[in-house]
Design a protein around this ligand. Structure first.
Ligand SMILES: [Zn+2]
Length: 406
């Protein structure tokens, strides 16, 4: 094999710098809805990535549309994406990306990193995905330090809306998928260090039931109770669980009504649907509409269904399996036996795969308890995972492994 050791040894020496970059990123709140915080992180990232060269672009996204508390559509501003492209003329183009947003609101008590012990850090987004952002940066630095860097071009896309399903950046992911040959995404690994193979698809829906208000004592018969109708709808869609392999429905949020002496005229339900296969989408959509029709057929009541599948299931193409095999071989070269598992979770790897780009999507750090205040990251995984994908890019750029398109 060609001598890659000096580039990998260099990564080992970057540990302290990686750690410091991680702390700075994680100590800045960048919840999906905190556009000011996202702006700060965007500029930190822009500075961190500048030495790599390439052309940086800051891209504004369309606002997120969602159903508000009165059942009306409201628009919510999203942050901006950072895109960097270098050597777009090269015959091999690699996409690398991950998100900069986290799930922790600006007013949550979980804002700062805490060093738990010599090998673990706890903090918002340390694993998901700020550790991954730092890994991504070092991977590209290692490539650019090598004599083979000129043989491949790369594109980095760091989006601010992944945690809400990438509604504003989906079109950027699609664009990237069309002009690159393979994708590397830096979501965290599973807690034991294993990687994701297939992933389920994910739909977010909101049902709005409108009825008719009336005095609960004087003329209850004049009213049409929206909460009662919504309760029936919840029951109907929850009963879809277990009816089709790999399809699950989770009613996750409900609100409506007001003073209890008034028949409520509004109820809102938010729910999530996971699917395993492409045609599950058609099936579930039909079932959801069938259940809605039952409510709509009632006198004086209406149910409006909003939402869509933001992410299709990630189905592994032949090319995708080939890429996974290549990554496994890099792991073996480094003394790691990588395991692959199916996942019920989704990420931008779903978006890339459904737009035809083979990808491995959790090449970031090892950690766990993500989306909770117990989120942690194993510090040694910063360099460990950077070496894993750097070795792959070095092999690719030096011609030791060949990527055949298609
Ligand atoms: Zn993530």
């Amino acid at each position: 094999m060609i001598e890659y050791a000096s580039y990998l040894d260099w990564i080992d020496k970057q540990h302290e710098r990686m750690y410091q970059a991680l702390i700075a990123l994680a100590d800045t709140n960048s919840c999906t809805l905190n556009t000011a915080g996202l702006e700060k992180v965007l500029h930190e990232l822009s500075d961190l990535f500048r030495p790599l060269g390439g052309e940086q672009e800051i891209i504004s996204l369309e606002p997120l549309k969602q159903v508000g508390t009165r059942g009306e559509i409201e628009q919510i501003a999203l942050g901006k994406a950072l895109r960097i492209r270098k050597r777009p003329e090269s015959s091999i183009q690699v996409f690398l990306g991950v998100h900069m947003d986290t799930v922790f609101p600006a007013d949550s008590p979980f804002q700062k990193t805490v060093r738990v012990d010599h090998s673990t850090v706890n903090g918002p987004g340390v694993a998901d995905a700020k550790g991954g952002l730092v890994v991504l940066m070092i991977v590209l630095e290692a490539l650019e330090r090598s004599p083979w860097a000129g043989n491949i071009g790369w594109e980095v896309l760091i989006n601010p809306d992944e945690e809400v399903g990438s509604p504003g950046s989906a079109h950027l992911l699609r664009e990237s998928a069309k002009r690159n040959h393979l994708g590397l995404i830096y979501e965290p690994t599973f807690p034991d260090g294993s990687l994701a193979a297939e992933r389920k698809g994910n739909g977010y829906f909101t049902a709005v039931v409108r009825g008719k208000a009336a005095h609960a004592g004087r003329d209850p018969d004049e009213g049409r109770n929206a909460i009662r109708a919504m309760a029936d709808y919840v029951q109907a869609i929850d009963n879809l669980n277990g009816q089709r392999d790999g399809v699950t429905v989770n009613a996750g949020f409900i609100e409506g009504g007001g003073p209890v002496n008034i028949v409520p005229d509004l109820a809102i339900l938010k729910f999530n649907v996971r699917i395993a296969r492409l045609d599950d989408e058609i099936w579930i959509q039909k079932e959801l509409e069938k259940a809605a029709k039952v409510i709509n057929d009632r006198d004086g009541l209406s149910l409006e269904l909003h939402g869509q599948f933001l992410r299709k299931p990630k189905i592994l193409s032949k090319a995708n399996r080939r890429l996974m095999h290549m990554i496994s071989e890099c792991g073996a070269d480094l003394g790691m036996r990588l395991q692959w598992h199916k996942s019920g979770g989704c990420c931008d790897g779903n978006n890339l795969a459904s737009a035809g780009l083979p990808n491995v999507d959790n090449l970031g750090v090892r950690g766990g308890n993500i989306h909770s205040e117990q989120e942690y990251m194993h510090l040694d995984s910063l360099t460990e995972r950077a070496k894993l994908s750097a070795l792959f890019l070095l092999k690719l750029a030096s011609g030791y492994v060949k990527w055949t398109h298609g």
